[in-house]
Design a protein. Structure first.
Lengths: 412, 412
């Protein structure tokens, strides 16, 4: 049979999202479902129940990743999968991650309604601890799946109360038997809200995600000299804060040189001794730079190292720039990106290429399997916030694209 | 008799400073003697014992200010006084305040050694809680003395543990019977380390302090919008930190317009939410501006208000500028300033006019009595720090100037 006319049920998808949002609901419309908490267990239980009601076989691996499988005609083929995460930030929204999981469930429900078969099996996945809010780092279970982290490393991650990820997996009954990473995947798609303002600003419902930005993170320390704010003439100062302020301006200028795709952010700042009438002797701050291409990212790295050193010298201060983490730019699999673009075109939805500014489970899994993503707009680009909001119509369109991208590959 | 040839004993002064520094001594050479602590009580007890041994009558007022009196020939005249404070910062030095108290004691000892009489009585004063580290605000007891604060306000000041200043005065036995402010003063001198680098830089041992800078303190809040550091394009940002960084640069430019006497400092900065991958939605920072003359200080106030507002608008942010405290520039009494200058000249010491960048007890008392100050150099301008250091020879010279300035007025 042809699947051309199969569509998801946008109302059912919305109702499922709203029902899931009651688990860990917060007063301002958001959700608090930290990974492996009692709320996360409830959310997982509900998801598993829904998947079984939809006829899926559910397996859980030893990182707590959940795989719900709708068989295909040839079950020797690796499944065409989709997934995201049900855990949230402490004051998260109703859509970040959850949409990608429940859109996958809706694809299965819609295929069931249509009585449609696929050649390869279809799977929907819930990845454990994507957010990293309770157990750092983020995307740890998809990272183990993709061979980026060792199992023992992931299990040993502790929350602020000293409970380990492995312990908590056992406590909520989600430490499964399958070894994480041994689950075959033919391809992985992930539908997600954009978490940025680009699609909304363009009035376009579908973002065809070509890849993810490369990132570099730094810890910068500027050392000057604590001095009395009243008695130290301006030319005698070694003011670590004024030097840091100049670096902040220089950093933005560097991002502007590589416009429009470069971004650069100072998010954390600590001023020492932080006393009203003392010239700061030390300032520590974070730097986050991102670009979708390796060469401009490297040029930004060079420019900030040189620029900060020059400012520090002019200000009579010293600067130490420590690169603490980096991630190379990702380009998603061409076949998956094409499948998303073709699905959007076939459905007649306006769409545009977009680069993910954030990290996602698909950005881990793409190291070992073909992967792609679908973005839908969210209000004002706001995410990681109770105010996170998305339009039912956009969510439905994204889910239809997901269905047709998946079935396109599953029947290809 | 003429006092022309009377000199202080610099070694004795130094030994007294070093003995006092053992009370609350810290590992790196400094002192921790918070106001009205057990250490402050020990320091007061030692000071009172030394004063009585020097033949002084000691009285204590109801703010704990200690007055040690060496009678003159005409005890109906108000005393010519000197004083400073024995309390220190939590990690303070051996000289800030202490020098001014013990230099006064050395003046009395030197007059005793010389068998010298003065017409008016001579007094040395220890003011309570100059630092303001334990009980804010600073200079509170000299402020009550000068009618700047109410008694009840001062007594009700609480430390971090909830103990009040009044309670602690009673606990250490220094809540005296005399009502603070009812003690007559003919004039007040205060000898102090400069706490800045000017005298040391000029190689001049004596600063003839003409007055104190005016100060304005502000709390500034810049409001933008929290956004994801990876997904928000640069032109869409309302980055409260970048806006604040531009204000820091603008503030320094404003001080440079009013060089060389203007100073401007941002000492405290709080970035919200202070997360590595979130663009700061709010930044709060302090501003401290100072100038010895009212007109440039007012011009700086205007310039920062206008400049910050313009930057905030350009950055798509909002700024709120709250003036939380100000102090007009002070000019010390001409007679006292002249007495200091004449004493330095008569002693053959290099000297120069200087404006105090910091507040001192004399800056309060000058509201109700003629007052003046003598500065001596300190190493690298460092103060409020265990590393605070001063040369015995400079301290001796400052003390000789104090003796001759005081006796000049006491016999005038």
């Amino acid at each position: 049979m042809t699947l051309t006319n199969v569509r998801v049920d946008g109302d059912r998808l919305w109702r499922s999202l709203m029902e899931m949002a009651q688990i860990g609901a917060l007063p301002n419309g958001g959700c608090g479902r930290l990974a492996l908490s009692d709320e996360d267990k409830q959310a997982r239980d509900l998801f598993v129940r829904w998947c079984r009601e939809a006829g899926c076989e559910v397996t859980v691996d030893d990182m707590g990743n959940i795989f719900a499988r709708r068989p295909g005609r040839d079950n020797s083929l690796p499944p065409i999968a989709t997934g995201s995460h049900l855990d949230t930030q402490p004051h998260g929204g109703k859509f970040d991650g959850v949409y990608g999981v429940l859109a996958g469930l809706e694809v299965i429900r819609a295929l069931n309604d249509a009585g449609a078969e696929t050649r390869a099996p279809i799977e929907v996945i819930n990845w454990t601890n994507e957010e990293g809010s309770r157990f750092a780092p983020a995307m740890v279970a998809s990272g183990v799946f993709a061979g980026q982290f060792e199992h023992e490393f992931a299990w040993s991650r502790e929350d602020a109360a000293g409970h380990s990820l492995g312990e908590e997996l056992g406590r909520i009954g989600y430490r499964g038997g399958q070894r994480c990473g041994e689950h075959p995947l033919g391809a992985l798609f992930e539908a997600h809200i954009e978490q940025g303002p680009i699609l909304e600003g363009a009035g376009v419902p579908i973002g065809v995600v070509s890849g993810a930005q490369g990132q570099r993170w730094y810890d910068v320390t500027v050392r000057g000299q604590d001095c009395h704010a009243g008695t130290t003439p301006m030319p005698r100062r070694k003011d670590a804060y004024t030097a840091s302020a100049r670096m902040a301006i220089a950093l933005r200028d560097i991002a502007r040189v590589h416009a429009p795709q470069a971004v650069a952010t100072i998010g954390q700042v600590e001023v020492i001794p932080n006393s009203r009438n003392t010239i700061p002797g030390e300032v520590r701050f974070s730097v986050d730079i991102r670009h979708p291409q390796p060469a401009p990212l490297a040029a930004m790295d060079d420019a900030l190292r040189g620029g900060f050193a020059a400012i520090a010298a002019e200000e009579g201060t010293e600067v130490e720039i420590e690169g603490i983490w980096h991630k190379s730019p990702i380009r998603f699999d061409e076949g998956c990106v094409d499948a998303v673009a073709r699905a959007a075109e076939a459905l007649g939805y306006a769409n545009q290429a977009i680069v993910s500014g954030a990290g996602h489970d698909a950005c881990q899994v793409c190291a070992i399997a073909p992967a792609g993503m679908i973005f839908v707009p969210c209000a004002d680009g706001v995410s990681h916030n109770e105010a996170e909001s998305a339009e039912p119509d956009d969510l439905e369109k994204g889910c239809n694209v997901l269905l047709h991208a998946m079935t396109g590959l599953a029947n290809g």
